[in-house]
Design a protein around this ligand. Structure first.
Ligand code: NAP
Length: 436
């Protein structure tokens, strides 16, 4: 029986699904020993620090991750940073295959004047901040404004807009960061406007996410019916309309019909406008937009402008790749052919295909990459393990250490009627995760 040593870098959904694919592929001829390496002291990636706190059901995929982690051929090495604590070259030389599942964590820039003003924040910072990510606890956000603008029409924009516009009491029973909840409770925001540069038929929201807006009992959702009518007639002129588009328009119509009365909180979705400048004196005060037009499906920016007075802007316009040395990058992803980077290095998840797709997309993606790796495997190198290439004394949070952190957070949560209370301090996480 041949035993291959596999290093997977990045303990998010793509990394876990790659580990699962290796576990499933084992047979009487070969087996795999999997080392999952993670920069943070905690695993689960975007399931812990990206998925919105009011979407606990989506987070239940972590049960699958823990099942994968309980297999005897799996080891977790958290608090180990690629390029700092271990080099890609060392991993490449030591392991039979290296799978990079490092994602995309840098927020894209609008590239307009005023984007650097205080309180114009990328979703790549705002989302991990409200999710208690230890790198973002010092983020400063000022909620002392009645209006917030969210730029972008994807699911991240929807997440952010919901969190800003819902009654914070509705977040009380979630695992949102305590700091963020406290600040949201003192927030003066009563209006959140999502601004989409194209039409309703082009929005990147998924239908399920749109539908869940109807669960917000204390927030009015506003979409201009005329925008939907115009979108429907544009769509009807096309031959063969995608089902997703029809479903999205239907979900938006449903939301419009649910309009409630006498509610102070509002979430509006505005279409066909592009931000051209953010104005303020040190802090965001106003955003100037240009009206856009669609002609034959093409987007045109017009000369017409309008402005929205708002003291907070969140940009949710997608992500760029997390770069590091040793691999080449192109178009928001690590340069690869069907997941193969070079030598015995492979890539999966957002780092492979760019920042698109739901958590489940990573499952099929990772299993295709693992199939390719298995086809390319040669004789095992017989590497003894990561311990021999890590600096001695480096504090590692292993699976047992992570289970201690996990149990401590869940117990703290149970006492407060929440799924967990996340520890957000690096040192506390490491000392809890390495305690004997
Ligand atoms: P996304 O789905 O790619 O949406 C990005 C949005 O930003 C698009 O509407 C895009 O408009 C807009 N945009 C890009 N550049 C812009 C600019 N310069 N000015 C104005 N608007 C701009 O990205 P995302 O929302 O970050 O989500 C990433 C992935 O995670 C997606 O696949 C998403 O479905 C997934 N996700 C899923 C969930 C969930 O299932 N609950 C939650 C969060 C994220 P154009 O279309 O015009 O380019």
């Amino acid at each position: 029986m041949l035993n291959y040593k596999i290093a997977i870098v990045g303990a998010g959904p793509a990394g876990y699904f790659a580990a699962q694919a290796f576990q499933k592929a084992q047979n009487e001829s070969y087996s795999f020993s999997i080392d999952l390496i993670e920069r943070l002291p905690t695993p689960w990636g975007l399931v812990r620090s990206g998925v919105a706190p009011d979407h606990q059901k989506i987070k239940s995929v972590s049960k699958v991750f823990e099942k994968i982690a309980r297999e005897s051929n799996f080891r977790l090495f958290a608090n180990v940073e690629l390029g700092k604590d271990v080099s890609l070259r060392d991993l490449r030389d030591a392991y039979d295959a290296v799978v990079l599942a490092t994602g995309c964590s840098v927020g894209r820039k609008l590239g307009i004047k005023g984007e650097k003003l205080f309180n114009c924040i990328s979703s790549a910072i705002f989302v991990p901040w409200y999710n208690a990510h230890p790198d973002f606890i010092k983020t400063e956000v000022d909620f002392n404004t009645d209006t917030a603008v969210v730029i972008g029409a994807g699911n991240v924009a929807l997440d952010v807009a919901r969190i800003l516009s819902m009654d914070p009491d509705e977040l009380e029973t979630t695992d949102i960061s305590d700091r963020a909840l406290k600040m949201l409770k003192s927030s003066k925001i009563t209006k959140v406007i999502i601004c989409a540069r194209r039409g309703p038929e082009h929005a990147a929201f998924t239908t399920n996410e749109l539908r869940t807006l109807s669960n917000l009992t204390k927030t009015n959702i506003c979409i201009d019916e005329l925008d939907l009518e115009k979108a429907s007639s544009r769509v009807n002129r096309l031959s063969g309309v995608e089902k997703d588009i029809e479903n999205n328009l239907e979900a938006m119509r449903m939301i419009v019909n649910l309009r409630k009365k006498d509610i102070a909180r509002n979430l509006e979705i505005k279409f066909l406008c592009s931000p051209i400048e953010i104005i303020g004196n040190k802090k965001v005060k106003e955003i100037i937009f240009a009206d856009n037009e669609l002609r034959d499906g093409q987007l045109f920016q017009t000369e017409n402008t309008f402005s929205i007075k708002a003291g907070l802007v969140i940009t949710a316009i997608g992500y760029d790749i997390t770069a590091y040395s040793g691999v080449r990058f192109e178009n928001d992803r690590i340069l690869n052919i069907a997941g193969h980077v070079e030598h015995n290095i492979y890539v999966t998840g957002w780092a492979k295909r760019g920042p698109v797709g739901l958590i489940g997309t990573n499952k099929s993606d990772s299993s295709h990459v693992v199939e390719l790796i298995i086809e390319n495997l040669k004789a095992p190198k017989g590497f003894p393990g990561i311990d021999t290439i890590l600096k001695s004394g480096h504090p590692i949070v292993d699976q047992i250490g992570w289970e201690k952190i996990n149990a401590s957070e869940v117990i703290a949560g149970q006492l407060a009627g929440k799924p967990r209370i996340k520890e957000d301090n690096w040192n506390s996480l490491i000392s809890l995760g390495t305690s004997k």
